[in-house]
Design a protein around this ligand. Sequence first.
Ligand SMILES: [Zn+2]
Length: 875
Amino acid sequence: MRGRTDAGTRGGPARAARGMAGAAAVLLAAACLAIASPLAAQVPTPLSVLGFRVGADSMLASWRQIDGYLSRLAAASPRVRLDTLGSTTQGRPYLLVTISDPANLARREALMAAQRRLADPRTLDEAGEARLVQTQPAVVLISCSIHSTEIAASQMSLELVRRLATDSALGSALRDVVVLLVPSANPDGIDIVGDWYRRTRGTAYDGSSPPWLWHAYVGHDDNRDWFMLTQVETRLLTRVLYKQWFPEVVYDVHQMGGNGARLFLPPFADPVNPNLDGMIVEATNHVGTAMATALSDAGFTGVQHQSGFDLWWHGGNRTVPARHNMIGILSEAASARIASPVPVGPTDLRQPARGVNYPLPWTGSWWRLRDIVDYELTASEELVRLAARERAGFVRRFVRAGRRAVEAGRTASPRAYLIPPAQRDEGARAQLANLLLATGIEMFRARGPFAVEGRSYPAGTLVIPLAQPFRAHVKDLFERQVYPERRQYPGGPLLPPYDVTGWTLPLTMGVTVDSTRDAVAADLAPVDSVAVTPGRVEGTGNVVLLANRSNGEATAVWRALAAGASVAIAPSSFAASGRTWPSGTLVVRGARAVLDRAAAELGFFAVAVPRLPELAGAPTLRRVPRVGVYRSWNASMDEGWTRWVLERLGVPYTSLADSAVRAGGLRARYDVIVLPSESPAQIRNGRPAGSVPAEYAGGLGASGVEALRAFLQDGGTVVSLDQASLFAIGDLGAPATSVGGGRVARGASGTSRFSAPGSIFAAIVDRADPLASGMDSVAAIFLEASPLLDAGPGGRAVVSFPREGNPLLSGFVQGAELMAGRAALVDAPVGRGDAILFGFSPQHRGQTNGTFKLLTNAILYGAARAASAGGPPAR
Ligand SMILES: [Zn+2]
C-alpha cells in the first residue's frame, strides 16, 4: 500500500454497482435483525476495523490504518470513492475521498466539467447558468490535519465518512452535495506525530511534540505554501481545487491552544484584505455561524468568533481559495495533549468574556481527543446539510462572484499584468508563471511585439488580463500590500498581525512584472505551461565567466565544483573577451561541458575564453565545500526551508545536530556552518530537560557554543540567518551590534520599537563586495521579526537600508526610522574565520528567489575564505 505513486482509484461506480447488489442481501438480513439502516450493516465501523473507537483516549489511527479503513468503506459503500492523488514527500499515498449520492459519483466527470464552467462564468450563458443552478450539486472540500499535531480531524474523518455513507438524512443531503474529503493534507505528518506519540505514550513525555518537523521540510509552514506550491502535497491538492473540482466551499480543520475557547469559527477578525469579494466574506460569516448554531443546538458550548484569525493574509489552505471566489472556512478546536486527555481546571481556563462573539462559555473540566472529534464532526455535518439546504444559493453565488471579478477586471485598474521575457533569472520567471497557471490563472503569450501605454514589449511577453474570475488571487500576489495599522486603542499598543503582512511575489522572486491601466491589444496565444528558455555558453575555451545573475548560475557552479572545476570570485573588475567584467564575476575553470548543459537547462548565458590569468587576491574554491546546516531539536521551520532551498539549488550539505556540534573538531569536517533562524535562547538551551527524552534536550549548551567559537578561530565560516545572527553576535563574538529582532508580542507596548512582522523592504547592495556577486544595487529583502544590524570593528555592511526615507515596499513596519543606514547583511571576521550575518530571511519560505543568491554567495565566498585561511592548527 505504501509508496504507491500512481494516481489510482478504489471504489467508485463499478464497485458501487456490486455494492448495491450486496445491499439487497443485507437488507433481507437486516429485516430479521431489525437493524436500522441496511447501509450501516454492510459498511464497517471504525471500531470493527481499527479495534478502538475514533477519538478514544490515547489512541491514534496511523496513515496505513486510515488508508485501510477508507479502502474498506469505498469497497462497501456506493456513496464513497477513494482516489490516490499521488505520493507524498516520504512516499505515502495522498488520499482524496469523494462522497456523494451514487448517481452523482456515476456522473463525476460531468459534474467536474460543470464546476469548471461555474467557476468561469464567461463560459456560461443565461440558460446554461439557470440549468446548472437547478441541477448542479454544491461541492464542499473538507481538509483535515494539515498541521499534524492538530491530529483529531484526521481521526474524525473516518467517522465522518462512515456517517455520510450510512446515515439516511445525510444520504438525502448527498443528492445535492459532493463532499471532497482530504483525511490529511500532510499524510507524512500523521505518522511522524503518531509514531512519536506512541513512542512517548505513558512516559514522562506523553503528549509532547516531536523534536523534528512533522514534514520533511516545512512543518507548520505547510499551511503557508498555497500560492508558492513548493511542496508536493500542496501541488496535489491545488490541482483538485483549480483544475478539477472548483468547490464552492473549502473547510480547513485545525486546532489551537488548549486553555481558551473550545472552538473558533468564522466570522474572522479584521482586517479584511481589499481583494476579497465582500459577498464571499458575507457567505463565510454565514457558514461559520450556521456551524456554530448547529453546535449550540446540539448542546456544545465554548464557540468563539472573531478572535485572532483574520482575513488579511494570503497563502493558506483557506485563504487562497477565498481569492478564487470560494468560501474559506477555518475551525480551530482547543487541543488535548495530542491524544491524551487534559484536565482544564478553572485556574487553567482562560475563556473570553461572554459576549456576541462568545455567547456560550464552556462549562467542562476535562478535554479529550473525542471532544475535538465531536465538535468537528458536528461542524462538518452541518456544512453538508447547509450546502444541501442552500445548494442553489451556493452555486449562484459562486457564479456571481466570478462575474463580478471579470467585470472589475474590465473596468478597474490594472487591466493586465505583463511579464517580459529575457529577465535576469529565467528560472524564477518560468516558476512564477507556472505557479499562477497551477492556481487557475489565465495567461497568454504575445505572438509578436506590441505596445501598451507607450511601452514596447517583445514577442514572448506573458500577458495576464485581469478580466478573469480568479482576478483577486493574481492581483493580491502582484500588488504591494498596504497593511492597515491596528492598535488596541488610539496611540496604544499594536495588534499583531495574524501572519506576514506582505508577500508581493515579483519583489520576493526578483521578477519584473509590469501592470497596465490600458487593455492590451496584441496577438495572444493561451498558455498552459511556461518552459525555461534555454541559455548557452558563448565563445570557445575552458574558462567560463558567469555574471551570476540567476539562481541557475549558482546551481551550475556547484555542479562544476562536483565535476572537479575551480571557481574564483573576481575581487575587482577585469577585461576579457573584449568587455569589462565586474567584481563578483565567477570564473569557472575546467567544466565547460557541465556549464554548457546547465546553461541550456537552467536558462542562463555565459561567456567562455581560452585563457585568463589568475585574478590576484580572488577567493578561490578548488573542491566542493563542506557545508553543515545546524538542525536543532526545536523543529525549526526555517531550518527546513533552508534545507529545501539548498537542495533545490543543488548545494550539498550535512545536517548537524547538537551532539555533532558539541563533539567539536568542526573545522576538520566543515568549511561553512549555516545557522537557520532561531532565537539565541532556542539555540543555546533547546528544549528544557524533562520536556523531551534526554537526548533531545538542552540545545548547543556551553560546549556547543565553544565548539562553534573554535570553528571560527580556526578559519571556518558561520552563516547566520535572521534571529540566529543575534546568537552569532552575543554568543560567538561576531563584531556587530543589533537593534530589535523578535515578534510584536500581543499587547506589547511602545511605538518606536522596530518590528517588521513579515514585510518587504528596499535595501542597498554594495556591489563591490564579493558577497554581492550578481546582485543589483537595490534588492527587495524580506524581514520577519528580524534584527537591524550595525557592522563592528573590521566588519563590512554588504546590504544596508537607505539613510533617508521609509524603505518599506510591501506589508507593515513599526519604527522604520530605526532602519536608517543600518545593515541587513554584515561580513564580520572572527579570529581567522568569518561570521556572515543576515538580518533578514534570504530564503523565506522558499519564496525569495531574488535573494537566494545572497545565501549561496555567502556559502561560496565563506568556503573560499575558509580555504585560504587553511585548516585547523595542530593541537
Ligand atoms: Zn493549524
